[in-house]
Design a binder for this molecule. Structure first.
Ligand SMILES: [Zn+2]
Length: 184
């Protein structure tokens, strides 16, 4: 599946806009928990809803079956996040969930997790949320400044609290390495 034409550029513009709202510079680290507060969304640790041993049992039965999900309870959106993930992974999961909300995706499909219903989106919306989530955490100007100071993918992941996979993906698909070379 491919993103619709113009989506990536829109995502960069929207990421820049929300950073201005948060008072962040284009190259600053964005904390998705702060963005959630700004948007009026609550983030709940899954361990506050079920026991840690239940979460571990679910993980044992099916690895990575649950990382984060968005619920709507009495018109209030709540993101539940698994404490079993690394900080970087939690940040990308939270950015993904916030993206669904910001892109006004219809949380249509209902799935169940340990008897608890939660909603997932259509495959094209999943792809949009992942792409926008990555753009929120690592927008192009941030990557460009990192490329100019010759930061490695691992350093970017470490500096901005994201996974190495996300840093590598954004670094390679935005073409910033090439652009930084051309201008140095
Ligand atoms: Zn999703």
């Amino acid at each position: 599946m491919t993103l619709r034409r113009g989506f990536k550029a829109e995502a960069e513009r929207e990421a820049a806009r929300v950073r201005r709202e948060l008072g962040l510079a284009p190259h600053d680290r964005l904390d998705p928990r702060e963005l959630a507060r700004h948007l009026g969304l609550a983030i709940v640790d899954a361990a506050d809803l079920v026991t840690m041993s239940e979460l571990e049992e679910l993980e044992r039965l099916q690895s990575f079956s649950f990382s984060a999900a968005t619920f709507e309870i009495q018109n209030r959106k709540i993101i539940v996040v698994s404490p079993l993930r690394s900080v970087g992974r939690q940040n990308s999961d939270l950015a993904h969930e916030l993206s669904h909300v910001m892109l006004k995706h219809d949380l249509s499909e209902i799935k169940e997790l340990d008897g608890m219903p939660f909603r997932t989106c259509r495959p094209d919306e999943e792809e949009e949320a992942t792409a926008f989530g990555g753009t929120l955490l690592l927008p192009r100007p941030l990557l460009l400044s990192a490329a100019r100071r010759r930061a490695s993918v691992e350093q970017i992941a470490n500096d901005y609290d994201v996974t190495v996979e996300m840093a590598r993906f954004r670094y390679s698909t935005t073409g910033v390495a090439k652009q930084a070379l051309n201008h140095s």
